[in-house]
Design a protein around this ligand. Structure first.
Ligand code: PLP
Length: 496
């Protein structure tokens, strides 16, 4: 079994170990790190079906993070997937109206980002130790809402780290914002920027490639790392729950060993669905990877036409974590379908940052045959929440509803009845107002956010998650705002 090394998507010959890729986040040439090959699962699906979440996670991650020892990896896994999650299954499957909802929201911040961000700090600290890093690690993150809180929760008070989060001041839900600005931990800082998520993300990327800043920080004993979904330490843990979902279906005899499943993913930055793509390449029997977008349907258009074009109106929707026009992780797929060709990928990414557009070749388009793309508009998303609640008594959040609605379109279009796993990426309690309005606007619109929480709890027959109870009364600890042009100053201020 050969070790997996990580190549930059933009320069042939830049190659690092897994722990180095995790430490760096982004390659110095601005590229992302991609595995040089995808190893096959070395346990059978029926063996994996006997394992719990932590054990499955180990079997997947040991293959992708080759330079971690068994002890190191198991310690990381055990520190992450413990009673922080409110269910022993960690990522349970719920069957509703003929589909399987893979609930990835049972962690500390009730969104799927917890699946990766509860383990990333441990992977990062272990990576620092393995590479003799003495500097304090500074996590710099742009968030469309969920990453920020999940990263803050993961890193708060972790020794040897600091974390700074930028979010679009008017681009996240009230509950998302409250979750972030109440964050405790002396090593945390949260800043609302006057701009959208893409502005925040572009700003953070600029800080990462600022050589002068890097030198200045090094002198003070700091170095940057990223908790964003481009980090290999985010991507790899996300492969695990697709494997776990499959073997759960197998264990529960919903499918037979080797049967295919479809996977439906509400997509923003393309990290979650890329993990499913890697799971398929590791040998998990996946038929279609169904990529669901909201009204910011740049990915749907890309799958339709082979043209990626960010030149369009940015729309604020009820699924803000998917309000994204530049899906960073798509770069990894582009690199792969170009035949792992850094030069070709680099040219396309340069076109993207220049004109905001690129077109892939016919040959590359053939590499997209595993994917199906579609989107759901605001009305369809709300209707799906209502439908699922009324027909099956199951309440889903807006992001999951986008995926669920797109899955409906897929089945209608293709007639494909392959069992489907829909990634359920947030608890409905995180987007209570949109969810309750979708069910009965006349009745719920006049209630306050926290009244809605209690109503939802009754309606769905689900206890209010601890993550929500906590913020009811928590004091605001962060109230800094800034312009996009001031982001660098805010960093130096924090690290003075
Ligand atoms: C981040 C997020 C997504 C999008 O996931 P990507 O990996 O960025 O594609 C979808 N839903 C929710 C709730 C999220 O927080």
């Amino acid at each position: 079994m050969s070790a997996v090394l990580y190549n930059s998507t933009r320069t042939k010959g830049i190659q690092v170990k897994a722990s180095e890729a995790i430490l760096k986040g982004l390659s110095e040439d601005g590229g992302l790190f991609v595995p040089d090959h995808i190893p096959a699962l070395d346990k059978s699906l029926s063996e994996l079906a006997k394992m719990n979440y932590r054990e499955v996670a180990y079997e997947v991650m040991k293959l992708m993070l080759s330079d971690f020892t068994e002890d190191e990896l198991k310690a990381c896994i055990n520190n992450a997937y413990d009673e922080k999650f409110d269910t022993e299954a960690i990522a349970p499957l719920t069957e509703a109206c003929g589909a399987y909802y893979l609930e990835l929201f049972h962690g500390k911040t009730i969104a799927f980002k917890d699946m990766a961000l509860s383990i990333l700090p441990h992977l990062l600290i272990t990576s620092a130790r393995k590479n003799n890093v003495k500097n304090e690690i500074v996590i710099l993150t742009a968030t469309s809402g969920d990453t920020g809180k999940a990263a803050l929760a993961g890193f708060a008070d972790v020794k040897g780290t600091r974390i700074m989060v930028f979010y679009p001041k008017n681009g996240v839900s009230p509950i998302q914002e409250k979750q972030m600005v109440t964050q405790t931990g002396d090593n945390t800082r949260v800043i609302g920027i006057h701009g959208n998520f893409d502005d925040a993300q572009t700003g953070v990327k600029k800080l990462f490639s600022d050589k002068e800043l890097e030198k200045e920080l090094d002198k003070k004993g700091f170095q940057f790392s990223s908790a964003n979904s481009i980090n290999v330490g985010r991507l790899v843990p996300q492969i695990c729950y697709y494997v776990y979902a499959y073997v759960t279906l197998l264990r529960e005899e919903k499918i037979k060993d080797g049967d295919k499943i479809n996977v439906v993913v509400p997509t923003g930055n393309f990290g979650n669905i890329l993990a499913a793509y890697y799971a398929k390449q590791m040998g998990l029997p996946i038929n279609k990877l169904i990529c669901a977008s909201n009204e910011n349907k740049v990915l749907f258009d890309f799958f339709e036409s082979g043209v990626y074009d960010r030149n369009r109106e940015f729309k604020l929707t009820s699924s803000p974590s998917m309000d994204i026009l530049i899906s960073s992780n798509l770069e990894r797929l582009i690199y792969h379908i170009a035949g792992d060709d850094a030069d070709k990928n680099k040219a396309l990414m340069e076109a993207l940052s220049g004109s905001g557009r690129y077109e892939i070749t016919e040959d590359m388009r053939k590499g997209l045959s595993d994917f199906y793309g579609n989107y759901a508009d605001e009305e369809e998303t709300a209707a799906e929440i209502k439908r699922l609640y009324e027909a099956c008594g199951y309440v889903i959040d807006t992001h999951t509803a986008v995926a669920s609605a797109v899955y409906g379109k897929y089945v209608k279009e293709t007639g494909d009845k392959t069992p489907a796993v829909i990634a359920s990426t947030a608890s409905p309690f995180k987007f209570t107002r949109s969810v309750m309005n979708a069910i009965d606007k006349a009745r719920y619109d006049r209630l306050s956010d926290f009244e809605l929480v209690d109503e939802l709890s009754k309606l769905a027959n689900v206890e209010v998650p601890a993550a929500i109870e906590e913020i009811r009364t928590a004091p605001v600890r962060h109230d800094i705002q800034c312009e996009i042009s001031e982001m660098k100053d805010k960093v130096t201020e924090f690290l003075r």
